[in-house]
Ligand binder design. Structure first.
Ligand SMILES: [Zn+2]
Ligand SMILES: [Zn+2]
Length: 380
C-alpha cells in the first residue's frame, strides 16, 4: 500500500509499505480521510520523535477486516458491536480510567493513554497518512460509528473537537460570562462555538480579518483584530489562549477580572531547547514580536515573567489543557453528527495522499482562506 513516511525533519516521503497484518480482535481499516493536526506538524518540523513513523491520527475510514474472530457472538461481544463495512472514526489514545492520573481526570498523563493504538507500520504514530491502518484492541472502546448522513471528514473531526470540549469543561463558567478566545483558527472557532453553546458571551480575536467574520458565524458576540483588544479593555471572566503566544497569555491574565481563569491550549512546545532547534533567545524574540502585534502587554527584559500576585491576590487561575477526554466521546459524537457544531465549515482544503507534505505545509503556514486541512487516502 502507499503511505507517507516521516524520514526526518521536514522529510515526508510517499513510499510503498506492507498492508499492516492484524491479530485477534484487531481491526484493519481502509483510511478514507485524515486531518492534519498541529501536534503532528510540531513533530515533523522539530523532529521531536525519531523516524521512521507514519503520522496522522484524526482518521476515519471503513472496517475491511476483523482479526481472529470465529463467530458472530465474538464479533458482537469482543469488538464493541463493530462489523465489517462499518464507517468509523478512530481514536488513537484511550486511558485506563483507573490509575492515579485517570482518577484525577488528567488522562493525557496516563501510561496507557500515552501508548498509541493505531499504526500503518513502524513505531505506532497514528498511521492515518496511509491507505490502511491497524487498530489495536485497547483503543477499540474509542471507535465510533459514523451515521450514514455524515461524511468521513466529519468523523475525522471528532478527535480535535474532543480536545476542545475537554478544555471548555475545565473552565468554571456561569451563563452569560464573558470569555475571550484568542486565535480563530479551526481550534479557536470550535472554542467559540462550544463556549457559545455553553451560554458564554464570546469575544473573539485573530490577526486575520477574514477569520473574524467566521468567528461571528460560529457564535462570537464580538470579533476584533488582536491589536484592538487592549484598547477595548473588556471585562472578562475567562480567556482561552488558542495560539502559542506568550504575550497573549500575559495580556489575557491582565484582562480577566478577579476570580477569572486563563486557559492555555496551544503551548505545546517546551521552552527548553528542543534538540538544539529552538533556543531561549529565539523564544524571547518571538515573544517581543507577539507583544508588538498585540500592541500591548508590558514584558520584562528577561521575557516571560508572570506577575504571580495577580494569581494570589486577584485569585486568577492559570490552567492548561492537553489532548482528549475519552469519557466525553459520546457527547462529542452527538455534537458533531447532529451538526450543532457544524465542522464542515471548518474544512477548507483536501489534499491527495501523495501531497501530504503540501497539506502539512499549508496547515503550518495558514493562508487567509485556509482552516482545517484534510488528507484523502482514498482514490487519488
Ligand atoms: Zn489531533
Ligand atoms: Zn490511567
Amino acid at each position: 500500500m502507499r503511505a507517507v513516511v516521516y524520514r526526518g525533519v521536514n522529510d515526508l516521503r510517499l513510499e510503498t509499505v506492507p498492508v499492516p497484518r492484524i491479530g485477534a480482535h484487531e481491526l484493519l481499516v481502509k483510511v478514507a480521510v485524515c486531518g492534519v493536526c498541529p501536534t503532528d506538524i510540531k513533530k515533523i518540523q522539530y523532529g521531536t520523535v525519531p523516524p521512521p513513523r507514519i503520522f496522522g491520527h484524526e482518521t476515519a475510514g471503513t472496517i475491511v477486516k476483523i482479526g481472529g474472530t470465529t463467530s458472530n457472538f465474538e464479533l458482537r461481544t469482543s469488538n464493541f458491536g463493530l462489523r465489517l463495512g462499518d464507517r468509523v472514526a478512530l481514536h488513537h489514545h484511550v486511558p485506563c480510567l483507573d490509575c492515579h492520573f485517570c482518577r484525577h481526570h488528567a488522562f493525557a498523563q496516563c501510561a496507557t493513554y500515552k501508548r498509541t493504538g493505531i499504526t500503518a507500520g513502524f513505531e505506532p504514530a497514528g498511521g492515518g497518512y496511509a491507505e490502511y491502518v491497524r487498530v489495536m484492541p485497547f483503543v477499540l472502546p474509542g471507535v465510533v460509528k459514523i451515521p450514514a448522513k455524515n461524511s468521513f471528514a466529519e468523523g475525522a473531526m471528532l478527535e480535535p473537537v474532543n480536545t476542545v470540549l475537554k478544555a471548555v469543561r475545565r473552565l468554571n463558567l456561569l451563563r452569560g460570562d464573558a470569555v475571550l478566545v484568542a486565535g480563530q483558527g479551526p481550534i479557536g472557532l470550535m472554542f467559540t462555538r462550544l463556549l457559545q453553546l455553553a451560554g458564554a458571551r464570546v469575544l473573539a480575536t485573530d490577526l486575520l480579518a477574514s477569520r473574524l467574520r467566521l468567528a461571528r458565524k460560529f457564535g462570537a458576540k464580538r470579533a476584533v483584530l488582536a491589536s484592538q483588544l487592549s484598547t477595548l479593555n473588556p471585562q472578562l471572566d475567562a480567556a482561552v489562549v488558542a495560539v502559542p503566544s506568550d504575550a497573549a497569555v500575559h495580556q489575557a491574565l491582565q484582562l480577566v477580572r478577579g476570580g477569572g481563569q486563563v486557559l492555555l491550549f496551544a503551548h505545546t512546545r517546551r521552552c527548553a531547547p528542543v534538540e538544539g532547534r529552538e533556543t531561549r533567545a529565539e523564544r524571547r524574540k518571538a515573544l517581543t514580536l507577539d507583544a508588538r502585534r498585540l500592541g500591548a502587554p508590558k514584558l520584562s527584559e528577561g521575557g516571560s515573567t508572570l506577575d504571580f500576585s495577580s494569581i494570589c491576590l486577584d485569585e486568577k487561575d492559570l490552567i492548561g489543557s492537553y489532548s482528549s477526554d475519552f469519557t466525553l466521546q459520546a457527547e462529542v459524537a452527538r455534537l458533531v453528527f447532529s451538526r450543532r457544531l457544524d465542522v464542515r465549515q471548518l474544512i477548507t482544503h483536501y489534499f491527495p495522499l501523495a501531497e501530504t507534505a503540501k497539506a502539512v505545509a499549508l496547515a503550518a503556514q495558514p493562508k487567509p482562506d485556509s482552516l482545517k486541512i484534510m488528507v484523502l487516502a482514498g482514490n487519488d
